[in-house]
Design a protein around this ligand. Structure first.
Ligand SMILES: NC(=O)c1ccc[n+]([C@@H]2O[C@H](COP(=O)([O-])OP(=O)(O)OC[C@H]3O[C@@H](n4cnc5c(N)ncnc54)[C@H](OP(=O)(O)O)[C@@H]3O)[C@@H](O)[C@H]2O)c1
Length: 307
């Protein structure tokens, strides 16, 4: 039995609640973990609100929030390869365990060992923001020296993309509100405050002939404002707004497998994928942790330290 934080029905923050639940029993291809740290992501409140029904598997209520975590393997289901009892691991709770909890089940093919030298706190941010940054940059495939615009640079994915891109020798321009300037400039970004005026004009001042690629993390009207800055529309990739294809761009294809997790962990160990963790909350403060992200103007990554 352990404490968990989730929701008894779809809705706004008012449907969230703490409850006790028996330790989940790992099914085929799953491991039960004691959660050390859970990452907080926009998808968590979107699932609670019922906005992405295809992703919640029609599970019974109450459901536990959270889809990524780092922790220690307590039990293995059948057909689990490469993960042993007591291993420190990180990965996705794709089958509905929910990670804002003392224990949860992770999907073994989407879980990897935490390499020596990497903290559980950093590892907990890699499944969602870390591998998204890797996938976005891989699929853009820009050469060193190219100019990348990161639209929405101040959040969890944005700062990860910016740091990784700088490490690959790209010149990085990024948009965000003024509160994000310092974090962004620390990772080498030429920063544009989108509230201060015409974003496209500001970008053209920095890159007169346009940019070689755009990683969009905002979508909607903001994506449409910046998309025309790309010299080639195919080099506009988005992770949240599939309508990028209407602009000639591409929705980032996600790789959630163990190999990509292991690669992200190696990049993190090398300092190339360094999430900017701005808030670490205890489980009791999970409501505040998710509220920060739901507000839509998070800086870097927010995590919940459970153990
Ligand atoms: N496809 C996938 O697998 C996948 C994976 C991860 C994330 N996502 C999606 O990617 C998006 C970003 O995720 P995240 O984790 O980075 O979110 P996040 O940590 O909440 O950050 C979002 C950032 O966008 C900034 N922002 C909001 N409006 C903006 C605008 N008009 N121009 C520039 N910046 C703006 C926000 O702060 P300021 O406005 O204060 O600058 C905030 O820093 C979300 O929609 C998420 O659902 C998709």
């Amino acid at each position: 039995m352990g404490q968990a934080w989730g929701f008894g029905r779809h809705g706004g923050p008012e449907v969230q609640e703490f409850f006790d639940r028996p330790d989940p029993v790992p099914g085929r291809g799953e491991v039960l973990i004691r959660v050390d740290v859970a990452g907080v992501n926009p998808l968590d409140h979107m699932l609670r609100s019922g906005l992405v029904p295809g992703l919640d598997g029609g599970r019974p209520f109450p459901r536990v929030l959270g889809m990524e975590a780092a922790g220690t393997v307590l039990a293995r289901g059948e057909d689990v390869d490469g993960l042993e009892l007591g291993d420190a691991v990180f990965g996705f709770a794709l089958t509905g365990g929910g990670t804002y909890a003392e224990t949860t089940v992770l999907s073994a093919p989407n879980t990897a060992r935490i390499p020596a030298g990497l903290s559980a706190t950093v590892a907990a941010t890699l499944p969602v923001a870390g591998t998204t940054a890797v996938d976005a940059l891989d699929q853009l495939g820009l050469p060193a020296g190219a100019t990348l615009l990161v639209n929405g640079v101040g959040g969890g994915v944005g700062l990860a993309v910016a740091r990784l891109a700088a490490g690959r020798g790209l010149r990085v321009i990024g948009t965000g509100s003024s509160a994000k300037r310092e974090h962004a400039e620390t990772v080498g970004v030429q920063f544009i405050d989108y509230a201060a005026g015409d974003v496209a004009a500001a970008a053209r001042e920095l890159a007169a002939g346009g940019v070689d690629g755009i990683a969009d993390l905002v979508g909607g009207a903001s994506l449409r404002t910046v998309a025309a800055l790309a010299r080639d529309p195919r080099n506009v990739v988005a992770v949240g707004d599939a309508s990028v294809s209407e602009l000639g761009g591409r929705f980032v294809e996600r790789r959630l497998d163990r190999e990509n997790l292991e690669r992200s962990a190696r990049l993190a160990l090398d300092g190339l994928l360094a999430p900017v963790i701005t808030a670490v909350h205890p489980l009791a403060d999970a409501p505040a942790a998710l509220a920060t992200v739901e507000h839509g103007h998070t800086s870097g990554k927010v995590v919940i330290k459970v153990a």
